[in-house]
Design a protein around this ligand. Structure first.
Ligand code: AMP
Length: 391
C-alpha cells in the first residue's frame, strides 16, 4: 500500500479525504481533535507544493433541515487558523464553481468542498457509493490520499468511490499511524488486558469473541456490565440491560470465568439527570429504583490491581456515564493510572477518546484512535473497505 510519501506532489492536484466529523454545538466546534489529527498530511502536501483539495463528511444528512447544522464552513475556518493560511471553502460538492476554483489553484493552496454527505439528500449518493459521484470526485485530482480512518469501515463515494476511479492513490499519515498502532495488537506484549465499557454489549460482542483467547483479562464496566451482572443473577435495579445478549454474557462467563472481571461496586442514582450525591452500592445491594451510572471505588481498585503489571491495554467504552461530572470518576481514575504507570494503552476512539482529550491525557497515551467503529471492526478481524481499496 502506498503512502503520501510515495508521490511527487509538486504542482499536482491532491484530493485528501479527511475526517472532519467533529462535534458541533450551537455552531461551534467543541472538540477539534479530528482536525488536528489531519494536519500532518495536509501540511506535508502543502510543503511539497501540491494543490490541496479537501473532502470530508460531517454528521448525517437525511433531510433538508440537516444541511445547516452539518455545514463544513466552520471547519474551514478552524482549519485555516490551525494551518495559519487561507483555506478556501467551496459551498458545493460538485459543479462549475468547484471546477473553476480547482483550476485556479496555485501550488500550496488549499480548498475544502462542502460536506460530502450533502449528496445524500439526493438518493444517498455519497453513503451508497454512487458510481458516477465517485468517478466525478476522482476526476478533480491527480492523486488521491485517504486519511479518514473513521470512515474506513464504510464504502462511500468519497473513499472507495474515488479510490476505484483513480490510478495514483495512497494513505495519509493518520491512517498509517492508526494501522501501525492497531496491528501491534496482533502480538501484544503480555499481560494483555482489555477494558470494555459503554452502553451496549451488542457493539462489543465481535471484539470479545475475537480477542478473549488472546487477552489475559477483560475488565468490564459501563452500562454493558449490567447485562453481565444480570446474567449472573444479580438484581441490577433500573440499570440498562441488553436483554438480547444475556445468554451471550452467560456463555462467555462460563467459558472464561477467570478472565472476565466485573464490577464489585457501583455508583447509583434514580436517573441519569439526578447527578446529586450518587450512592455507593455493592453489586449485591442495588435498590429496585436505582440505576448504576459509574463503577465504584472498590471496582476502580480492583481494576488497578489487574492492570498493575499489564504490558498492553486496549480500551473501548467509558466505565460510567462520563458526560456527567458525577459519573466520570471511574473512567478518569483508570485512565490516570495507565498514564502514571506508563502502560502501553490503545484507546479505541469514541467516548473514551473524548474523555482522554478532556482530561488532557490523550498525548500521554500510546495511541488514541480517531475512529471508534473502524477500530472495532478492524479488531474483529473484518476487512475495512476504505483500506482494502488502497491496497
Ligand atoms: P458506547 O458507544 O457503546 O461506547 O457507549 C458510550 C456511552 O455509554 C456513553 O454515552 C456513556 O454515557 C454510556 N454509558 C456508560 N456507562 C453507562 C451506564 N452505567 N449506564 C448507561 N450508559 C452508560
Amino acid at each position: 500500500m502506498k503512502t503520501v510519501k510515495n508521490f511527487r506532489l509538486s504542482g499536482k492536484k491532491v484530493i485528501i479525504r479527511c475526517d472532519f466529523n467533529v462535534p458541533i454545538e450551537d455552531g461551534k466546534i467543541v472538540d477539534d481533535n479530528r482536525i488536528v489529527e489531519s494536519l500532518q498530511t495536509i501540511k506535508y502536501c502543502i510543503e511539497k507544493g501540491a494543490k490541496v483539495i479537501l473532502l470530508s463528511h460531517l454528521g448525517r444528512v437525511k433531510e433538508k433541515e440537516d444541511l445547516k447544522k452539518n455545514d463544513l464552513k466552520v471547519v474551514a475556518k478552524r482549519l485555516s487558523k490551525l494551518l495559519d493560511r487561507e483555506v478556501k471553502f467551496i459551498n458545493k460538492t460538485r459543479g462549475n464553481s468547484v471546477e473553476k476554483e480547482i483550476a485556479s489553484l496555485n501550488n500550496g493552496d488549499v480548498v475544502l468542498l462542502q460536506n460530502t454527505r450533502y449528496e445524500d439528500l439526493d438518493g444517498k449518493k455519497e453513503s451508497s457509493n454512487d458510481e458516477e459521484l465517485g468517478k466525478y470526485w476522482a476526476s478533480l485530482g491527480d492523486i488521491f490520499i485517504n486519511d479518514a480512518f473513521g470512515t474506513c469501515h464504510r464504502a462511500h463515494a468519497s473513499n472507495v468511490g474515488i479510490a476505484s476511479n483513480i490510478k495514483n492513490k495512497g494513505i495519509g499519515f493518520l491512517i498509517e499511524k492508526e494501522l501501525n498502532a492497531l496491528s501491534s495488537l496482533k502480538r501484544p506484549s503480555k499481560p494483555f488486558i482489555i477494558i470494555l465499557g459503554g452502553a451496549k454489549v451488542s457493539d462489543k460482542i465481535g471484539v470479545i469473541e475475537k480477542l478473549v483467547k488472546k487477552a489475559d483479562y477483560i475488565l468490564i464496566g459501563g452500562g454493558m456490565a449490567f447485562t453481565f451482572l444480570a446474567s449472573e443473577g444479580f438484581n441490577i435495579g433500573s440499570s440498562i440491560l441488553d436483554k438480547d445478549n444475556i445468554d451471550f454474557c452467560k456463555k462467555i462467563i462460563s467459558e472464561y470465568e477467570d478472565k472476565i472481571i466485573l464490577p464489585v461496586d457501583i455508583l447509583t442514582n434514580t436517573s441519569y439527570m439526578d447527578t446529586n450525591s450518587p450512592k455507593e452500592r455493592l453489586i449485591c445491594d442495588i435498590g429496585e429504583d436505582e440505576m448504576g451510572l459509574d463503577v465504584g471505588p472498590k471496582t476502580v481498585d480492583l481494576f488497578k490491581k489487574y492492570l498493575s503489571d499489564a504490558k498492553t491495554v486496549l480500551w473501548n467504552g467509558p466505565l460510567g456515564v462520563c458526560e456527567f461530572d458525577s459519573f466520570k470518576n471511574g473512567t478518569y481514575e483508570v485512565l490516570n493510572y495507565l498514564v502514571d504507570n506508563d502502560i502501553k494503552t490503545i484507546v479505541g476512539g469514541g467516548d473514551t477518546a473524548a474523555v482522554a482529550t478532556q482530561a488532557n491525557l490523550k498525548d500521554k497515551l500510546y495511541h488514541v484512535s480517531t475512529g471508534g467503529g473502524a477500530t472495532l471492526e478492524y479488531l474483529e478481524g473484518k476487512k475495512l473497505p476504505g483500506i482494502e481499496v488502497m491496497e
